[in-house]
Design a protein around this ligand. Structure first.
Ligand SMILES: [Zn+2]
Length: 292
């Protein structure tokens, strides 16, 4: 064992070294923990296994292996579909920690029958996947994602998916992950912004007053209605936002700004290039408000 030679040379005693070897070689299969998890992504490996990327409230994003889950008689399979909120027992292992027991907590079964709701849920999971880190406690993000999936599920039952939900989600997630755009004070002179034509600089993550905005090449005009809606979505809970209708041209400008802001933030973080490509493939709309 070459490691022992190194320790002998450095003069350390065997009495110190030996327990370390012993601890490292102890079987790890007994280290089992329980967690709630939401399945964000998955890919198949080996003949019958699947690696799942899940969000957990206490440990952030984790990659776990579900052994044998693709066998036709697997009892775990139905509990580990995308967007399932499950309760797991996880055993610690060398590469991927392993799912040993699973129970469905919420299946969001209505959502699964509606293509628009599936697309929306996929967007939510991919965006969270892009922002979440492993090892972080993410209880507020967890609560947000679960609440959005519940709204989508209930929307399918009502035959009406909630308008503005995904844009509200964008702004809430940006705030929870530390990328909240500054929408109330000028980024440069810190003056309180007035309800007039201001400017927005997506690269610096906020709004500029007319004086400062006119002097910055990266800033683009931002009309008062769009700013008002952005602030509203950033500050208000869903119970309030869900009661309000926003004119579609304004909502399209909000969507365009948020998509481009997310692309800038995520590119800077070098994460989720696949999702970035998907975001970027959505045409950016730069329309003038016709007062419709
Ligand atoms: Zn200013």
């Amino acid at each position: 064992m070459p490691a022992i030679d190194v320790w002998s040379v450095s003069g350390e005693s065997w009495a110190v070294y030996y327990p370390v070897v012993y601890l490292k070689s102890m079987p790890t299969r007994n280290r089992i923990r329980s967690t709630h998890a939401l399945v964000l992504r998955r890919h198949d490996i080996n003949d019958a296994d699947r690696v799942l990327t899940v969000l957990t409230p206490r440990d952030g994003k984790l990659e776990l292996i579900a052994k044998g889950v693709r066998k036709t008689n697997s009892r775990k399979a139905g509990h580990l579909e995308l967007f399932v909120h499950a309760s797991l027992l996880v055993a610690q292992a060398r590469t991927w920690d392993m799912i040993t027991e699973v129970q469905t907590v919420e299946s969001f079964r209505h959502l699964r029958n509606d293509l628009d709701a599936i697309a929306a849920a996929s967007y939510v999971c991919e965006l969270v996947d892009s922002f979440a880190e492993s090892g972080d406690e993410v209880q507020p993000v967890w609560d947000l994602v679960l609440s959005v999936l519940r709204e989508l599920d209930a929307g399918v039952v009502r035959h009406e998916l909630p308008a503005n939900l995904l844009r509200w989600f964008d702004l809430q997630l940006l705030s929870l992950t530390g990328f909240q755009p500054q929408l109330f004070h000028c980024l440069v002179c810190e003056r309180l912004l007035e309800p007039m034509l201001n400017f927005i600089n997506l690269y610096d993550g906020g709004v500029l007053c007319p004086d400062c905005g006119g002097r910055h090449n990266d800033a683009e005009p931002l009309d008062a209605d769009t700013l008002k809606v952005l602030r509203f979505l950033q500050r208000q809970p869903w119970t309030v936002v869900s009661q309000v209708r926003v004119r579609s041209p304004v909502m399209r400008r909000v969507e365009s700004l948020l998509q481009r802001y997310l692309i800038i933030v995520l590119e800077r973080q070098l994460r989720s290039t696949l999702f970035l490509r998907r975001l970027a493939s959505i045409p950016v709309r730069l329309e003038v408000d016709t007062g419709e």
